[in-house]
Design a protein around this ligand. Structure first.
Ligand code: HEC
Length: 110
């Protein structure tokens, strides 16, 4: 039991590092996982006014939101749409997409 308790945080620390995300292409994932069909090109052109813009958002925030959707922790609003989307991503993929979205420039709504 002790072993599990000590190894788990260590394993999480390793995943949080850049070892995996460097191999994944966040921009490609964003397209392949159909995120762009709702959030638009580079997360800057959501298809509806009540769909959030993601481009230029902090990677940490996006990652936390994706994890929370996947865990079913976000309810109400339009969370039911996003929960299955986030569930398609594993943690490394979430990180790669989050890093990609944080890197693109946020363009003001027009
Ligand atoms: C079918 C349309 C649709 C698709 C496809 C979609 N999203 Fe979303 N997304 C939404 C909606 C609607 C919300 C707002 C949900 C709410 O009210 O909680 C949202 C919210 C989010 C948020 C939270 C933003 C914030 O400011 O809190 C993130 C991050 C996000 N989406 C990332 C993604 C990623 C990454 C993908 C691809 C894996 C994706 N979305 C695919 C519709 C979509």
């Amino acid at each position: 039991m002790k072993t599990i308790m000590y190894t788990l945080p260590f394993a999480l620390m390793l995943t949080a590092g850049s070892a995996f995300s460097a191999e994944l292409n966040g921009a490609k994932l964003y397209l392949d996982k159909t995120c762009a069909s709702c959030h638009g090109a580079e997360g800057n052109k959501p298809i509806a006014d009540n769909y959030p813009k993601l481009g230029g958002q902090s990677a940490k925030y996006i990652l936390e939101r994706l994890k929370a959707y996947k865990a079913g922790e976000i309810k109400g609003g339009q969370a039911a749409i996003m929960t299955p989307m986030a569930s398609m991503l594993n943690e490394e993929e979430m990180e790669a997409v989050a890093n990609y979205l944080a890197e693109v420039t946020c363009t003001p709504a027009g």
